[in-house]
Design a protein around this ligand. Sequence first.
Ligand SMILES: [Zn+2]
Ligand SMILES: [Zn+2]
Length: 153
Amino acid sequence: MRKSLGGIFIEDHYHVPHVCKECGGVMVFKGVGEYHCEKCGAVDYDDYGKVRLYIESHRGATAAEVEAATGISQRSIRQMLKDSKLEVMDGSKVMLRCAACGQPIRSGEFCPRCETKMHRAMEAAQREELKRDMKGYSVSKNGEDGQRRFMRS
Ligand SMILES: [Zn+2]
Ligand SMILES: [Zn+2]
């Protein structure tokens, strides 16, 4: 959902509380998904704040447990992890797995090893392309050295 605030459009997919449930006052953002009513001081949270709060007091909670407790869908929770808004904490049961090898990861989409592997594959493909472009030149002599230099950087 998009909301217009003074001509500025902001994405509101975390269900930001705008109005106080207690008194109807304006909810003021206090950071990390927390909002305080400027009139009565009531505290409320957006989806990110709710998930964060729950995980902080329930270390090791699974995505399913967080969903059951907060009412926020596992899909949204995963999106927060992908946005790197959230990180799976130490000692937590796995909430995210690498999309390539299935290893548990803390945030993002791939584990560092698969991410590196993917980059290496892209680099190798790029090198092949370069080699094809250089057909007719002698690349076999310094090809090995060139590759080593690439790997080190
Ligand atoms: Zn209020
Ligand atoms: Zn992986």
